[in-house]
Write a protein that binds this ligand. Structure first.
Ligand code: ADP
Ligand code: MG
Length: 242
């Protein structure tokens, strides 16, 4: 059974068709990198996986739960699919530790102490244990994004979704976030990553998908697609991101 399964999935915003009958199966342990021009539907595809957007056609299952199965099941899906956004989205009035402990405490129903233990363990994993009691405003962008990754992991998701996680960061801060993601991939986490970091796609991705106009235009091996692109529009796209 695939951990994520799109069957003929469409998404419309009124007249605008943003996903066009997408078929896509993602297996446990895959690291799928999504690329494509702005407006091609990458963020929408990610957001449909954890129910931030509702699909308007077809069926989409996460760990065999349909995103159309109702609110209780949707909450399960949100716990199984953690999301990391371009703009970090930390709670500004909570410390790093409180941000990370929030999910275990309020979503998983852990005691305060257990939630803090999980929080510290995950801050340690992203190299920020010594920043546990700092507020987001006291952290660099790269540190905030690492806290955001720890926060998503704290709910023990089966899949991690990343929407341009390094696009808001200065070049020298991107690498510390990419390294955390690379470690996660090496541990076997299933990941779907929208990014313009082609070195990451080539080195860490197990699969690369090029989207265009709400459709999957090319789906294949990252090295082959990046070194020998045959699709002319992919070729053109790569000329612009390099
Ligand atoms: P990408 O992430 O590839 O840049 P998006 O998934 O964000 O693309 O957007 C795809 C298209 O859907 C764009 O044309 C965008 O303007 C449109 N879109 C995205 N979200 C909404 C929304 N909430 N309402 C209306 N249109 C939207
Ligand atoms: Mg986007």
């Amino acid at each position: 059974m695939s951990i994520i399964q799109f069957r003929g999935v469409s998404k419309h915003f009124d007249e605008l068709r943003v996903l066009d009958e997408v078929d896509l199966s993602i297996e446990q342990g895959e690291v799928v990198v999504l690329i494509g021009p702005s407006g091609s539907g990458k963020s929408t595809l990610l957001r449909c996986i954890n129910g931030l957007e509702q699909i308007t056609g077809g069926d989409l299952r996460v760990d065999d739960i349909s995103v159309l199965a109702g609110n209780a099941r949707l909450r399960e899906i949100r716990q199984e699919a953690g999301m990391v956004f371009q703009q970090f989205n930390l709670f500004p009035q909570l410390t790093a530790l409180q941000n990370v402990a929030f999910g275990p405490r309020h979503v998983r129903g852990k005691s305060r102490r257990e939630a803090e233990e999980i929080g510290l363990e995950l801050l340690d994993k992203v190299g920020l244990k010594e920043r546990a009691h700092h507020y987001p405003a006291e952290l660099s962008g790269g540190q905030q994004q690492r806290v955001a990754i720890a926060r998503a992991l704290a709910v023990r998701p089966k899949v991690m979704l990343f929407d341009e996680p390094t696009s808001a960061l200065d070049p020298e801060l991107k690498q510390e976030v990419l390294n955390v993601m690379r470690n996660l991939a090496e541990e076997g986490m299933t990941m779907v990553v929208v990014t313009h970091e082609m070195a990451f796609a080539r080195q860490v991705g197990s699969r690369l998908i090029f989207m265009e106009h709400g459709k999957i235009a090319v789906d294949g091996d990252p090295c082959e697609m990046l070194c020998n692109p045959t699709n002319p529009r992919l070729k053109d796209f790569l000329r612009h991101v390099h």
